[in-house]
Design a protein around this ligand. Structure first.
Ligand code: DC
Length: 228
């Protein structure tokens, strides 16, 4: 059967990772979380005390960085210059820094080229902010996943609670608004819905319902492709 590139974009906390991971597992595809790449560059920048507003410095840092994404047991393993940073990139500090690093056009250029290399064979579910609009504008299936800011903040907050991090729900909501603004207003590849993306609002849906819907869409496309 033809193997698609499935692009999943949407704002923070919309459920992209859960959806992309589940769809990849149901279809036997590879799962790629591109946000992890921006987070890895951000972690390196923090560790080196690199100024997060200096695009050129960040771009050259990204050029000198090796990021490997490996399919792990459920979650994807992230290696930064050979070091396992899977857990280290999931802190609120790195999340905020990642949205600043992602503003730098040079960083985006480096990471988008790697993402294209990783996905070009198809059979991949790639999630991010610009996958359907910039990385793979010809992707076979594009999903734009949304949910209300309140439910997105609650999901993020629950994730942190489960990990034992005590964070404030109101502060999480503020941070979501702030990251939404930065992700949507940046000049280079802002978060936008590709014109041909299917919009799915997950506010009142269970994760499994969303995954089944996307798998049905993917199967419809591959079957239609075979028939024609
Ligand atoms: O999905 P995430 O929260 O792990 O992403 C971290 C940051 O990286 C987020 O602020 C948006 C940015 N990002 C991006 O600009 N483009 C992508 N394709 C993926 C993430």
């Amino acid at each position: 059967m033809e193997k698609l590139i499935i692009a999943i974009d949407g704002p923070v906390g919309s459920g992209k990772s859960t959806l992309a991971r589940r769809v990849a597992s149901l279809l036997g595809y590879i799962y790629i979380d591109t946000g992890a790449m921006y987070r890895a560059v951000a972690l390196k920048a923090i560790r080196r005390d690199a100024p997060l507003a200096n695009s050129e410095a960040l771009a050259s840092l990204a050029e000198q960085t090796r990021i490997d994404l490996r399919a792990g047991d459920g979650a994807q393993q992230v290696l930064l210059d050979g070091e396992d940073v899977t857990a280290a990139i999931r802190t609120p500090e790195v999340a905020q820094a990642a949205s600043k690093v992602a503003v730098a056009p040079g960083v985006r250029q480096v990471l988008v080229a790697e993402q294209r290399r990783a996905g070009q064979q198809g059979g991949v579910v790639m999630e991010g902010r610009d996958i359907g609009s910039v990385v793979f504008p010809d992707a076979g299936l594009k999903i734009f996943l949304t949910a209300s800011p309140e439910i997105r903040a609650e999901r993020r907050w629950r994730e942190h609670q489960q990990k034992g991090d005590s964070i404030d729900l109101a502060r999480t909501l503020d941070e979501i608004h702030e990251r939404d603004r930065r992700d949507s207003e940046r000049e280079s590849s802002p978060l936008v819905r590709a014109k041909d993306a299917v919009v799915v609002d997950s506010t009142a849906m269970e994760p499994e319902e969303v995954a089944r819907l996307v798998v049905m869409l993917a199967q419809g496309l591959t079957t239609a492709g075979k028939a024609s």
